[in-house]
Design a protein around this ligand. Structure first.
Ligand code: 5AD
Ligand code: SF4
Length: 455
């Protein structure tokens, strides 16, 4: 897709947005959350402050997700509501960002004339100029180019860390082309940021009180960014980050099984800051379906990989993504997935009903009956939540690290995340947000743990 309005980038008048209010609505993955923060910072440099409703805003930006049909549809229902709001507030500017913008930019402008700006994920650094042009009267601007410049060089880095946990994008895009997935088309091919930039951003986050950083990438363990002596792997980057003073915890997401290098597996046993939590999507337990999905590994290979990871870090909590009802999936393929789930024992999981996405190879294939796919999804989710609660219950009696994130609902109570990413409630009158404390777990309730501070 091309930029049909390049003059927005160069000829926009110096019309700053001083005093203007921006509302951002974010859908989808953690990278969208990170991107929304970066866009807010960029617009902040242009004078915009963030507000928490469309009604209070001069500009509304919807950061969209294209991964499944339901996620995409939300954009059009939001745009319907905003059209009415714009009737009452004709100066309201409407922007659409994210993966739907990338995939359907021109279509959005056609279907929704009330939209002023459509900006794809690789062009976010140009948003302030596009907003200026919109305020100067230019409407229906589209920028979904994959530019040669690095958007991160042109976006302000994290300034306003909210709390002690933060995301940091280290890699973007994907070259894997799983047959069901739009990501390689919407986010483009794999690009890794240079290690020095990532280290700078991590240090600046730590200066602002961040103690726990999740490294983000669509295929984060394929990271291969430039270091001082050649390219670094993700394990190399984690090693460098572990030397950042004050950074107490490191996590990363999302990984592909085929990119779990030996050094990364070893890092789980060797780097104390690397937390015992790994999200490693498998999608299916049937070799036939894995092949049709173009995952390029078998169920057995995944299981052997899990064994090696557990050998390096026995208490690691494993999480995964699953798809129910991929084209061609039979009852016995589904049974193989249930089997794999039983063999691994997941502590967390995300499972989805297959959704045909335009332009992906799987969308050409005949679909599984919707009711059958629903039933399989339910069966899978029931097993996964049983496993999740069983594993959570094994934490009772154990001593874990907890990083306090916010005040709890009860007096003198703080809530934080354990090493394994469980939410933990602790009554601790002396505790402070941002503190990493030792806690003995005393109870497991529906979606969280309770504990007592011991150090
Ligand atoms: N249908 C259903 N689920 C999907 N995912 C990606 N594409 C689709 C699709 N077309 C799921 C995968 C992936 C997660 C982010 O979303 O499980 O790992
Ligand atoms: Fe999509 Fe992940 Fe497969 Fe890449 S590896 S195509 S992001 S599911």
């Amino acid at each position: 897709m091309t930029n049909i309005n390049t003059e927005a980038n160069t000829a926009a008048p110096a019309l700053k947005g001083q005093g203007k209010k921006l509302f951002i609505k974010t859908y989808g993955c953690q990278m969208n959350v990170y991107d929304s923060e970066r866009m807010a910072e960029a617009m902040g440099s242009d004078g915009y402050t963030q507000v928490d409703s469309a009604e209070a805003a001069d500009m509304v930006l919807i950061n969209t997700c294209h991964i499944r049909e339901k996620a995409s549809e939300k954009l059009y229902s939001d745009l319907g509501r905003l059209r009415k709001l714009k009737k009452d507030k004709p100066d309201l500017k409407i922007g659409v960002a994210g993966c739907v913008a990338q995939a359907e930019g021109a279509e959005i402008l056609r279907r929704a004339p009330q939209v002023d700006v459509v900006v794809g994920p690789q062009a976010y650094h140009r948003l302030p100029a596009m907003a200026r042009a919109a305020r100067a009267g230019q409407t229906q601007q589209l920028d979904t180019d994959f530019p040669t410049e690095d958007k991160f060089d042109n976006l302000p880095s994290a300034r306003a860390a909210r709390g002690p946990m933060a995301f940091l994008t280290v890699q973007e895009g994907c070259d894997k082309f799983c047959a069901f997935c739009v990501v390689p088309y919407t986010r483009g091919s794999e690009v890794s940021r240079p290690a020095a930039r990532i280290l700078d951003e991590a240090r600046s986050l730590v200066d602002r009180g961040v103690r726990d950083i999740t490294l983000l990438g669509q295929n984060v363990n394929a990271y291969h960014g430039a270091g001082t002596q050649g390219d670094l792997t993700l394990a190399g980057l984690i090693g460098a980050l572990a030397k950042v003073d004050g950074l107490l915890r490191i996590r990363y997401t999302t990984s592909h099984p085929n990119d779990m290098g030996d050094d990364l597996i070893a890092a789980h046993g060797e780097v104390p800051q690397l937390m015992p939590y790994l999200h490693l999507p498998v999608q299916s337990g049937s070799d036939k379906i894995l092949k049709a999905m173009n995952r390029k590994h078998t169920a057995e290979q995944y299981l052997r990989l899990i064994e090696r990871i557990r050998a390096a870090r026995p208490d690691i909590l494993l999480s995964s993504d699953f798809i129910a009802g991929f084209p061609g999936e039979t009852d016995s393929d589904h049974a193989a997935t249930m089997d794999l789930i039983r063999q691994v024992g997941f502590g967390a999981a995300y499972s989805f009903k297959y959704s045909a996405r335009p332009g992906t190879p799987a969308a050409e294939k005949g679909e599984v009956d919707g009711d059958i796919a629903d039933a399989r999804l339910q069966e899978m989710q029931a097993l996964l939540s049983t496993q999740q609660y069983a594993l959570q219950a094994t934490m009772v009696g154990r001593e874990v690290g907890v990083l306090y994130e916010k005040a709890g609902r009860l007096d003198e109570q703080l809530v934080g995340k354990s090493d394994h990413l469980h939410a933990v409630h602790v009554t601790d009158p002396a505790g402070k947000i941002g503190e990493l404390v030792r806690v003995k777990i005393t109870a497991s309730v529906t979606n969280s743990l309770k504990g007592q501070r011991i150090g």
